[in-house]
Design a binder for this molecule. Sequence first.
Ligand code: ZN
Length: 149
Amino acid sequence: MDLRSLYQQVIVNHSKSPRNFGTLEPCSHDADGHNPLCGDRLHVYLQVNDDDRIEDVRFEGDGCAISVASASIMTETLKGKTLAEFRALFDDFQHMVTSDVTAPVDEESMGKLSVLAGVREFPSRVKCAILCWHTVKSALEHEGVARTE
Ligand code: ZN
């Protein structure tokens, strides 16, 4: 299966039945995210334990299929990761979705996230895919609200 049809299939699957959807109470960190360009709104919740590991992460919100699918895949990926691993993944993910459409994707290190490289064919949707990552970042930095604009 090529990356484009895999992309479409995974986006549809995750947007129709998002993983880790719902609130997390109590939680150690949370934040709102808003992408005014598309109207996507997310709220993420994280439980980070004493040795800086993300024990649990969930999200709620309303947005386009890409924003919901990206958040769903992100939460699956971040569970059990350390904050240092999150920061490295944030940079790698940002780099991947903003790189040239012909640039190779490091599927081994990106894992499930690789499929979101498909968004490179739709530059106006990159912010939809990256919103959840900015929202987690601002939750961890206690900024409160993440905006892609
Ligand atoms: Zn969107």
